[in-house]
Design a protein around this ligand. Sequence first.
Ligand SMILES: [Zn+2]
Length: 253
Amino acid sequence: MEVTPHAVSRLRARRSARSTTSFMARGGPRGERCAGCRLRPSHCLCALRPTQVTQAGVCLLLADTEPLKPSNTGWLVADVVADTFAFSWARTEVDPDLLTLLADPQWQPFIVFPGEYVAAERVLHSVEPAGPELDGVALKRPLFVLLDATWSEARKMFRKSPYLDQFPVLSLHPERVSRYRLRRSTRDDHFCTAEVAAMCLELSGDLQAAQTLEAYLDLFTHHYLQAKQQLPPNIDSPACQRWRALSTHLPAS
Ligand SMILES: [Zn+2]
């Protein structure tokens, strides 16, 4: 199935064009993946891509090789949130389009990062749910800036991006342990990018998109792991059941 490439897939295409070693090249024909969802064609989820219109937007800053990883979950954020923007991060240069986006008066950027690493006066723990206006003044839409990277890369990106310094930092206090099993992390409070985005959407009042993203992440994880073991998707798995229950309430796309 053909789906329109979103911001992360376009970034991936540009990044793999200048890649000498491909993350995708492993395994020959058995490693063949769908260009729309990166899963094996037998496990393709493209027909289900649940794109939604949200009040908030998401701006992903991806570490250099992140777009090439088949398990990158920023991709799933772009599947769900129509206003997802994606940029490659580099220490020595900034994409002018990123600076234009951050300066766009329709958006209020929030840098999503743990508050313990930031001066207290810059840290917020919630955002005003976005509405059309307050006292006749149009409210800015929240733009959640997520560093899509390993934890050590994310710390470096945060420190070495002076153009982010002027924006408030949104620090999430998740109480759940990560359900994400594709990649191990040395910190169990280091959530994957799709989980962080879902928590942000919950804060901005985009509840349906938040639930959709969580359920879609679980569904993707299930398909990914089943394909890895050369098993078909299990329609009785919790992920598939949850997806069926949720998708009957989604607007047709
Ligand atoms: Zn697909």
